[in-house]
Ligand binder design. Structure first.
Ligand code: ARG
Length: 416
């Protein structure tokens, strides 16, 4: 049959074009799928136990958050990270974190969480084998004073829920935001869920009055001056999470212990312990900060963060959403200079902020945490928001209760 051609293309040309386009499209789709799959990573979580001997006795480093615990953990974590540096798989070890040490017939066991991100194209069975091989063959301590019994290192694959639980039971761990570029409480930025999980809000008759800090599942720390007039524990509640309404968790207060040496109007010993009416259950969003040893040293100039629901300037409003601001630790000598606080800073206080002003805590933040991290990215409580001359003024940094100076008082009253 003859068809009038007009200006149309020959049917075989149309066929060819369709074919070529189809092939091109499938190649594109194929490449994209391959690329996506190739770059997709799976998380592998492990619980590992490493028996070892060292120059130190278990009693010297067994206590969580102590200086020796941190040093020993750091040493073992670095050793493990080094072992995985030439990792033969397409992926990496993203975290090696000691959660505790235990004593094991004469020796010591380090309990560690290992988190890997590995290309989804790798065979899971092979991944397990290579990780096990690496731990058995590649662990080496550079200093030489630490001997890991490599053959007895054990690893067990665990799921995300178990991993989270182990992390949340450790003090001072947090889900950090990818960028920390922040930062403007006064001059700060809003906080994401899980970033500062130890922050609590204290409410008197349901109205926020002060901040507080989770130090165990039954105890909070806050500022003594919050309870100067409002003493009845029954009318206080503590809420947790990054918003006051609705809170992630809420519980009553059973007992308030104000430092015996706190005497208004002096700001000395501005610290109080609160016992919760019922223990909280730790989650990714709510868990405890580490308390530093009495001899823990935060360095002047060190980057610290303060968080709170307080006002954003002297005549502003309280916030429903938690805010954070980065401040610097200011040494007492500088802080006591005539143009700063002229000798008002005593050994139970600590200054932090910025001498140029602009970054500070303010009204409503009292009782809340000032924290700093160590080399393992574990967070310690350096101070508790206490007082300041106005907020964020030049030469008038925030003043905090100095936790290291009050550390023994905390242990005496709650055993932590
Ligand atoms: N006393 C205030 C409160 O009860 C905290 C003031 C902190 N001031 C400062 N400039 N950092 O909330």
């Amino acid at each position: 049959m003859r068809i009038s051609k007009g200006r149309c293309l020959e049917p075989w040309v149309i066929g060819l074009i369709t074919c070529v386009s189809l092939i091109a499209m499938s190649v594109c789709i194929g490449l994209t799928v391959h690329y996506v799959r190739y770059n997709q990573r799976n998380t592998y979580n492990y619980y590992s136990t490493l028996p070892f001997t060292s120059d130190k006795l278990y009693a010297e480093f067994g206590r969580e958050a102590s200086k020796n615990f941190t040093e020993m953990s750091h040493r073992i974590e670095s050793m493990v990270k080094n072992a995985f540096s030439g990792f033969p798989l397409q992926g990496e070890l993203v975290k090696a974190h000691i959660i505790k040490f235990s004593e094991e017939n004469g020796g010591v066991l380090a309990h560690m969480l290992l988190i890997f991100r590995i290309r989804s194209t790798e065979d899971p069975g092979n991944v397990n084998k290579i990780i096990e091989y690496t731990l058995h063959e590649k662990l080496r301590d550079v200093s030489g004073s630490l001997q890991v019994e490599r053959d007895s290192v054990e690893i067990k694959k665990i799921n995300k829920t178990e991993t989270d639980k182990y992390f949340n039971d450790c003090c001072g761990t947090r889900r950090s935001k990818s960028s920390n570029e922040s930062l403007r409480i006064v001059g700060g930025t809003k906080v994401e869920e899980g970033e500062w999980p130890w922050q609590a809000s204290l409410q008197w008759d349901d109205a926020h009055r002060c901040g507080a800090v989770v130090i165990s599942n039954t105890w909070l720390l806050s500022a003594a001056h919050c309870f100067r007039i409002h003493k009845d524990a029954n009318r206080w509640t503590a809420s947790f999470g990054i918003t006051i309404y609705p809170p992630t968790m809420k519980t009553g207060i059973q007992r308030i212990i104000v430092h015996e040496k706190y005497h208004y109007p002096s700001h000395e010993y501005d610290i109080a312990l609160l016992e919760l009416a019922k223990p909280i259950v730790y989650t990714n969003e709510v868990h405890r900060v580490c308390l530093p040893d009495a001899n823990h040293e935060f360095q002047p100039g060190q980057e610290l963060f303060v968080t709170g629901f307080g006002v954003q300037h002297k005549h502003g409003y309280l916030q429903n959403r938690l805010w954070q601001v980065q401040v610097e630790l200011i040494d007492t000598k500088t802080c006591n200079q005539p143009e700063v606080y002229n000798g008002a800073i005593t050994p139970t206080m600590l200054c932090a902020g910025s001498l140029e002003g602009k970054r500070d805590s303010c009204q409503g933040d009292s009782g809340g945490p000032l924290v700093g991290s160590d080399a393992r990215d574990v967070w310690y409580l350096a101070g508790i928001v206490s007082w300041g001359d106005n907020c964020a003024l030049p030469n008038k940094p925030g003043v905090y209760a100095r936790v290291t100076a009050l550390r023994d008082w905390i242990t005496e009253h709650c055993g932590i």
